[in-house]
Write a protein that binds this ligand. Sequence first.
Ligand SMILES: Cc1ncc(COP(=O)(O)O)c(C=O)c1O
Length: 387
Amino acid sequence: MDRIVYLDYNATTPLAPEVLEAMLPYLREDFGNPSSIHRLGRRAHEALARSREVVADFLGASPEEIIFTAGGTEADNLAILGTTSAAGEGERRHLIASNIEHHAVLAVLRHLESRGWGVTIVAADERGRVTPERLAAALRPDTLLVSIMAANNETGVLQPISELANAASEVGALFHTDAVQACGKIPVDVRALGVDLLSLSAHKFYGPNGVGALYVKTGVPCNAMFLGGGQERALRPGTENVAGVVGLAEACRQVQASLDTEARKLARLRDELEAEVLERIRGSHVNGRGVERTPNTVNLRFEGIDGRKLVNALDAAGFGVSTGAACDAGATGSHVLVGMGLDREAVQGSIRVSLGRYTKEEEVRTFTRALESAVETVRANRDFVEA
Ligand SMILES: Cc1ncc(COP(=O)(O)O)c(C=O)c1O
């Protein structure tokens, strides 16, 4: 197999070997349906219950507040569609999100707007932060729900979630945070944050694809999106993905055991990378610099560069990075960077580098050198870059 130095951990992470080990029995001999009464069913049911406790503990929640889903997108959809459906034709018909949210939030709000909901999109500042003042200006007495992400997938910029949630609760609005990029990278505690709903996704922190969870605080009205059986308190019917959920729980357990050390290592590598790039490559910048970020993420901008060309040149040299979120890979480029006020050329000249658990110090060094020469090559061939 082609060897690649993988520096795209915000897109997805490799499955940790320990997570795979924990999952395997539930794909082989313990394959039962958790709703079956016989011993195989009971074993699956117990695995599900144990996993729910682990995920709840990871978030500082109670087990009955955890709804397993098929990933982050589904958790975000359930949070927004579920609470708006439960509110029905009530007096609160207004929703708020920021302009740097993932499409799993923005697309749902656009859909609801087309169904008559009032929607306000709050703009992040030039460093990618959604400030409590900007949120306060958008809140209304009829605001039902505010959805603002804990950490941005492209820049890593952290949002002041507890202050934002507090502002929302002052007008009686619910607060959802998409913590898909925060979980596994920084401590996340639902009670300390003061949120009502929180989404996470296993594949962003060494668990399997296609499994995630939504925290729904006890007492928060939320309806199901799908109809069927009574699984997951009937909020997410369908036979549970037992192996996936066991994998999610094991991934949580591992993060809990190593979060501080891992975060310190990643921040050191990331800071070294940033400093080297800024020093060695003229016309280079860091998007979202100077504000708190996840320790593994750096969004780099190069003057006079097409980021897609740069990503391709780096791929040819054996390094996997990205221009931003996979869903923004088209011609318009990152809505997050546009949302931070960058012009078209700056947006297209940006790439995201995201480090992770298996990133080695020497890989970061060789990457910096490869980046320097790739930037030179792409700049030298600028005339040949198609629009
Ligand atoms: C911030 C954020 N929210 C939601 C998602 C969607 O998660 P999933 O891939 O599990 O559907 C992603 C993944 O790209 C993300 O980065």
